[in-house]
Design a binder for this molecule. Sequence first.
Ligand SMILES: [Zn+2]
Length: 316
Amino acid sequence: MFVSWPILVFLGFGVFCVGTVVGSFLNVCIYRLPWQKSVIWPASHCPRCHGALSPSDNIPIIGWIALRGECRMCGLPISARYPLIEALVGLLFLGLYVVDVLLAPTEAWGQIPVSALATLGYHCLFMALLVAATFIDYDLMIIPDEVTVTGMVLGIGLGTLFPWIRPEPSTAVSHWAGLGVGILGLLAGAGLTAFIRSSFSFLLRREAMGFGDVTLMGMIGAFLGWQAAVLSFFLFPFFGLAHAGWKLMKYIGKRMAGIQSSSADREIPAGPYISMAAAFLMYSWPWLWPLWARNLFEMLHAIFWFMLGVNVGPLR
Ligand SMILES: [Zn+2]
C-alpha cells in the first residue's frame, strides 16, 4: 500500500483516536471487571444520582473536559483518571504506530506493508490488556483471569492464525509452529514466575507476588514468545524501583513516628511493573533484539549446554 506523508499523519491521528476510545472501554473494564460486573451493560452512569451519561459525555477526553469533571445532574466530581487513561492509551497506541508502521523496514518510503498494520493491531490489543492488568492490580492487588486468560487465548490463537506476527525470533512459518511458539511462551513465562514465586515465598515465609503475576507472565509469553517473557521478568524490578523506594521511605517514616505499620506498607503490586517491562520491550525490540538480546540468549544457551557437558563450540 503506497501512501504519502499527509496520509501517514492522518493515520497516526486515527490510531490515537482509536486508542482513546479503547482507553474509554478499558476504564469501564478496570472499574467493573474485578466485581464480576458486565462491561457492556448498563451504560456509564453516575454512582451517586444514577444519571446516565449522554452520548456526547462519553466522547473520550473531550467529554470529561466539557463536563468540567463533574456529574451534570448532581455535581459529583468525576475522577481525572478517566480522561488521563484515555489519553495514555491514545499515546501508547501512537507510539506503537511509529515503531510498527513508520519505522518498519520497507522497500521504499511510503510503502506500508499490510503485515505492518496487522502487527500494529496485534500489539495494540496486547497493550490494552497490559493497561487493564496494570490499573486493576494497582487499585486492588489482583489481576483478574478475565484479562490474563483472555490474553493467553488471544496470544496463542492469533499467533497460530498468523504465525509470522510475533517478534523475532518467535516468528514461525506454519500454523502448527505458531501454536507451538505460543504454548512454549506461555509455559516459560508462567513457569519461571511460578518457580521464583514459590522459592521466594519459601525463603520469606510469606506470599511473594500473586498468582495473577504468574498468569500475566503466561500472557506475555503467549503474545511475544519466551525470550521477551524472560526479559520482562528480569527487567520489571527496575521499573518498580521508584515505587518501592517511596513505600520504604513511608514505612521508615511510620516506624520513626511510632505508628503501627501493616503488611500493606511492605507490599507493592508487581503487575504494573511487569506490564511496563513488556511494553518497553515492544517499543525497543526492533533494536534491542539484534543489538543486545540475541547475543545474551546465545551466551546463555552456550553456558546451559556447557554445564550439561555438551560441547556446542567455544564460549565467546
Ligand atoms: Zn450524579
